[in-house]
Design a protein around this ligand. Structure first.
Ligand SMILES: *Cc1c(COP(=O)(O)O)cnc(C)c1O
Length: 370
């Protein structure tokens, strides 16, 4: 069986040597030496400052909302944030969980990110935040979003869960907005089994976030306010340090697979239109079919061949009743019923990629002739 992705497992002996260190120090969590080392190495690799490691990508969003002041710690009137319905559940649920009502704006038909024209139509007076997603690692309209957020005096948190390592205009995409979050979940391009990170623009927000993830405890040890526990452990940092050593290999293998798919499928299916000023991290290989029927036909054909694509992201989050949200998004709903993500992970052979592409092409021909 060929899954859509496979968690990257680094060299076992290297992981063992990190574990030996953890055993000899007896320091398992609470900003230990491996978490500190991983923070430094990630800031260097990504070319960012003010990075904070946390337990997962969902808490990364929640901590970011609080640290930058989208969620205030005092009782506050209703807060609203605009976001995209074409994303993983955590983008919307993290807002609702923090008492911020999501408002869904539609996506652009080509980039699959938030549509700026749709955003610009909103009445900014009751919008406190914008939470765009660099979906499948594709950069959003950074300047356009910044302009609107300034006009509305709204905070911006980018959900960068898919955007590890992406550059924009030659520097890191992850340094835009008031904050950008990462997920380091096992299924993501770069991982710590479970984990996440927030990259803050302002040092003061990072300092507050450090306290928020540690029960509100300040640098001198006294409890200074409300907090939660969102610390990354030494064991998780050890895994990430091993994966980071192999990141060049991970990127190169993904790029080879991605390009091979494009060679075999371009013209047969719709591909996401990538931002011309951003690099690609080859995290996903999504394809869009003309309609949900041909997507379904292809999915059945792939599954019969032992290939397990995923329909990320279905349903469109504006179709879910439980986020206390407003806004409807027809382009997002349409795409979510027509999309499939094809397998892509280091170790997937190019011969298998060709076999997958052949099944996709045959299913399209069948749908047309049938
Ligand atoms: C994976 C993901 C998250 C959540 O990350 P976790 O580490 O699993 O909590 C948030 N947003 C998007 C877009 C994701 O794909």
């Amino acid at each position: 069986m060929i899954p859509v992705t496979r968690p990257y497992l680094p060299d076992r002996r290297k992981l063992d040597s990190y574990l030996d260190g953890i055993y000899s120090r007896g320091w398992l969590t609470n900003n230990g030496p491996l978490v500190q080392l991983l923070t430094e190495r990630l800031e260097e690799y990504l070319g960012v400052r003010n990075l904070l490691l946390v337990t997962n990508g969902t808490l990364a969003l929640q901590i970011a909302y609080r640290a930058i002041g989208l969620v205030t710690l005092q009782a506050s009137p209703v807060r609203r944030a605009v976001t995209t319905p074409f994303s993983f559940a955590a983008t919307a649920s993290s807002l609702q969980w923090e008492g911020v009502s999501p408002h869904f704006c539609d996506i652009d038909a080509d980039s699959w990110c938030l549509d700026l024209a749709c955003l610009a139509e909103l009445d900014g007076r009751d919008i406190h935040g914008v939470v765009p997603v660099h979906v499948f690692g594709n950069a959003c309209d950074i300047e356009g979003i910044q302009r609107l957020a300034e006009r509305w005096q709204a905070k911006v948190v980018y959900d960068g869960a898919h955007a590890f390592g992406v550059d924009y205009r030659g520097t890191s995409l992850l340094q835009h907005g008031d904050a950008t979050t990462l997920s380091l979940h096992a299924t993501k391009l770069f991982h710590s089994v479970e984990g996440g990170a927030v990259i803050f623009r302002d040092r003061e927000d990072l300092q507050l976030a450090r306290e928020l993830i540690n029960f509100g405890i300040g640098p001198t040890g006294e409890i200074r306010g409300l907090g939660i526990n969102a610390k990354l452990s030494e064991l998780h940092a050890a895994m990430a340090l091993c994966v980071l050593d192999d990141i060049a290999y991970i990127m190169e293998s993904r790029e080879a697979i991605w390009c091979h798919y494009v060679r075999h499928l371009d013209g047969c299916v719709d591909l996401q239109q990538r931002h011309p000023l951003a690099s690609n991290n080859y995290a996903y290989f999504p394809v869009a079919f003309p309609d949900s029927q041909s997507q379904h036909t292809c999915r059945i054909a792939l599954e019969a061949a032992g290939i397990m694509p995923r329909n990320y992201f279905h349903p469109s989050l504006d179709e879910c009743g439980f986020y206390g949200a407003s806004g409807e998004a027809s382009r997002s709903r349409s795409l979510s019923s027509r999309i499939l993500c094809l397998p892509i992970y280091p170790g997937l052979s190019l011969t298998t990629v060709e076999r997958i592409a052949d099944v996709v092409k045959c299913s399209i021909t069948e749908a047309v002739s049938g």
